[in-house]
Ligand binder design. Sequence first.
Ligand SMILES: [Zn+2]
Length: 72
Amino acid sequence: MNCSDCKDKLDRYLDRELSNTEMLELQLHLEGCPPCAENYEFQAGLKRLVKVCCEQDKAPEAFREKLRQILT
Ligand SMILES: [Zn+2]
């Protein structure tokens, strides 16, 4: 697992769509790699924010688009 793998799989990690082995590998990488851990915190925070917004109301398309721009 390197930083590029980590970045690649982070989204699926947050959605818990990876296999147990991959989840563990990614977790280990995050523990040993501060930049990736920071990225993870950021993405996780963003995901929580989106979840809250979506639960309150359907997120408008413009808002989704903005998020996509932030995420890429
Ligand atoms: Zn890394």
